[in-house]
Design a protein around this ligand. Structure first.
Ligand code: A2P
Length: 281
């Protein structure tokens, strides 16, 4: 298993990203980023709406690595959709993260038809701003998050640059097969948020039993399973021992028959299960 994936623009992306959603700002976020880098993570997944970008940025600054050795992602929040507002939001994110470029910038959620009759135009305008940021060299790659196939199809009608990534909820029992297949057929890498089903999947008996046969935790099983499905997992933790544990997944392989068992699992309790067509935020 490689420690990197290749994006459709030939840029290399470390195959496990470190999630920062719900990481408390201040010293916790700073220490958490440092622990993650120490454990081996080189890819940090941030977002303006997580409200902790300043602390994440301080953690990055103090982690001891050179900027070029890290892969940093952020996302434009829903209230900032549109051309000028996206450019402005990007400026604030870059300032908060204390960086002079991003490796990846994503549209956090698509404008949906339930909230906006002109949802296609809104997403297209936001995307134009993303393309501008890329052309100016401020962002090495651009992509989307929580886009379903019909959101992507509409975006591709006007896009001049294809999204490199679509970041969606992905964990055992919630594989979003239609979306994953659509993205694979367009060479758009899937990143999986909440790969542990927000912690709930870890209580699943089948996975606990299976983990024992590999001498691995359920968290490690979930992360490795995503990787073997060519999905880039973004586990989040503020606990140093778990941060380390979640990166120790390159020394075992899930067999094809166990992959099938996990792939065929029903939705276990847990996970957000949000539908981008009906969310109201
Ligand atoms: P914490 O941050 O307190 O360590 P997801 O990435 O699916 O959204 O899941 C994140 C949740 O899972 C957080 O509550 C996190 O808790 C918990 N978590 C992360 N890694 C592990 C692990 N290896 N074992 C148990 N719980 C974990």
């Amino acid at each position: 298993m490689e420690k990197n994936f290749k994006l459709n623009n030939n840029i290399t992306i470390p195959s496990i990203g470190f999630g920062t959603w719900q990481t408390p700002l201040g010293q916790t976020a700073i220490d958490t980023i440092k622990s993650a880098v120490k454990a081996g993570y080189r890819h940090i997944d941030a977002a303006a709406i997580y409200k902790n970008e300043k602390s994440v940025g301080t953690g990055i600054k103090e982690c001891g690595l050179e900027r070029k050795d890290l892969f940093i992602t952020s996302k434009v929040w829903n209230t900032e959709r549109g051309y000028e507002t996206t450019l402005k939001a990007f400026k604030k994110t870059l300032h908060d993260l204390q960086l002079d470029y991003l490796d990846l910038y994503l549209i956090h959620w698509p404008a949906n038809a339930q909230q906006f009759t002109n949802w296609k135009a809104i997403n297209s305008e936001t995307w134009s701003a993303m393309e501008k940021l890329h052309k100016e060299g401020k962002v090495r790659s651009i992509g989307v998050s929580n886009f379903l196939p019909h959101h992507l199809e509409a975006l591709l009608e006007t896009a001049t640059i294809k999204p490199a990534v679509n970041q969606i909820e992905y964990h055992p029992g919630f594989m979003q097969n239609d979306c994953v297949q659509f993205c694979k057929s367009h060479n758009i890498l899937i990143e999986g948020w909440s790969p542990l089903g927000r912690g709930e999947v870890l209580k699943n008996e089948i996975l606990i039993e299976m983990g024992r046969t590999y001498n691995k935790s359920v968290a490690q099983l979930c992360i490795r399973w995503a990787l073997q499905n060519q999905v880039l997992p973004l586990p989040k933790s503020v606990t140093p021992q778990r941060i380390t544990e979640n990166f120790e997944v390159f020394d075992f392989e899930i067999t094809a028959s166990d992959m099938k068992i996990i792939n065929d699992m029903d939705h276990p309790k847990g996970g957000a299960g949000l539908n981008p067509d009906t969310v109201t935020f």
